[in-house]
Write a protein that binds this ligand. Structure first.
Ligand code: AMP
Ligand code: MG
Length: 364
């Protein structure tokens, strides 16, 4: 509802119950229907990847629930040890260090899977999503240190270092190097999986939980949540809070999902301001500049890795181009965009919903 003159705009509220992974969830619910009453819940939180991980496991007994959360912990530690670019010892950091010098770097199947998916999303989005955006992210000061607006000349010269076609995968996948290895074609190129690796890690973690005997569970990696199985307390699904981008300590509403993953990209996660203007870590690789006009995008999808890549892609594309993109490349996903509001608060008109579950999102 548009604000009336003189009256404060009504604060927008959001609620949605969305199918994430209906088939799998329905199956698990059937299998576990009898045992659902007797499930025990185990929760644990720990810091990793610059955020707080929260994991919940539901299992027939405490030992299994505890072991499942332990398995989730190990899975996330593994993903971080392979794909973080903050840690110089990871294979991804080694790949970046070797950029342009011709060396092939052997990679784990996990990193290769994420890099392949990242390249696929880059190709589909025609570079709105690009895992080689690293040099730009660094130039704007989002790799530590202070934020800065790089001079035009610098952005022009960095454009040559950004381009997913420069990521070469051996074994004939995209290039003739050794199988299971990769290299970056140009010196100064930098692979940054920050927009997709958390989603992969969340999926790895819930899959590890299921293998460890949990019948339901949730892993929240801070803006990236994957769930499976029956919700706690017999609820219809797992309620996941959507932050208010104008006041990220508060939530605007909840989406309830019965499986799959929820990813959020927000301009409040990392940003700086100059002359009242906000510059965020979500870069449009085509312009070399932070994407504008959008404060937050939330995506619900069956796969965490896809939800994560999509939240970033759809932030850059915006709701108009993004809706067509979603229909073509992720017809089972749902996206909620929140435009940067003109005033201090989000109004109903600032929220745009698209995709499979659009009809199930209530905005008031
Ligand atoms: P997310 O919070 O999942 O949207 O990921 C944001 C992070 O991904 C940023 O901090 C950057 O490291 C990286 N990034 C920024 N812009 C892009 C882009 N257009 N494509 C791919 N990665 C990006
Ligand atoms: Mg993302």
């Amino acid at each position: 509802m548009a604000g009336r003159m003189g009256a404060p705009r009504p604060r927008c509220r959001l609620a949605a119950a969305l199918p994430g992974q209906l088939a799998v969830a329905a199956l698990l619910t059937m299998v576990n229907a009898a045992a659902a009453q007797e499930l025990v819940r185990f929760d644990r939180a720990w810091p990793v990847m610059g955020t707080l991980v929260q994991a919940t496991a539901l299992a027939p007994d405490t030992a299994t629930a505890r072991a499942a959360v332990g398995a989730a912990h190990d899975a996330i530690t593994l993903a971080d040890s392979l794909m973080s670019t903050w840690n110089p010892g990871t294979e991804l950091s080694r790949l970046n260090d070797a950029a342009g010098d011709g060396r092939w770097i052997a990679l784990s199947p996990e990193s290769l899977e994420v890099i392949r998916a990242a390249i696929a999303w880059a190709e589909r989005s025609d570079g709105a999503f690009d895992p080689t955006v690293g040099p730009l992210v660094r130039a704007w000061g989002f790799h530590g240190g202070a934020g800065r607006v790089p001079p035009e000349l610098e952005l022009d010269s960095l454009a040559a270092l950004v381009g997913w076609r420069g990521v070469e995968l051996g074994g004939g996948e995209t290039s003739g190097g050794p199988a299971g290895a990769a290299r970056l074609a140009g010196a100064g190129m930098e692979l940054d999986l920050g927009a997709i690796a958390k989603g992969y890690a969340a999926d790895l973690a819930v899959n590890a939980m299921a293998r460890a005997g949990a019948v339901g569970g949730m892993v929240d990696l801070g803006g990236q949540v994957s769930v499976f199985g029956p919700a706690p307390d017999g609820g219809a699904g797992w309620p996941i809070g959507v932050r208010d981008p104008t006041n990220p300590k508060e939530i605007l509403g909840r989406v309830t999902v019965d499986g799959g993953s929820v990813a959020t990209s927000g301009d409040y996660e990392r940003f700086f301001e100059v002359d009242g203007r906000r510059y965020s870590h979500l870069i449009d690789p085509r312009s070399g500049r932070p994407a504008e006009g959008i404060a937050q995008v939330t995506v619900v999808a069956p796969s965490g890795m896809d939800a994560d890549a999509l939240s970033t892609t759809l932030f850059v594309l915006g709701p108009e181009e993004g809706a067509a993109f979603l229909e073509r490349w992720a017809p089972d996903a749902t996206a909620i965009w929140i435009r940067t509001p003109e005033g201090d608060e989000i109004g109903e008109g600032d929220v745009v919903v698209s995709g499979a579950g659009a009809g199930m999102v209530d905005i008031e």
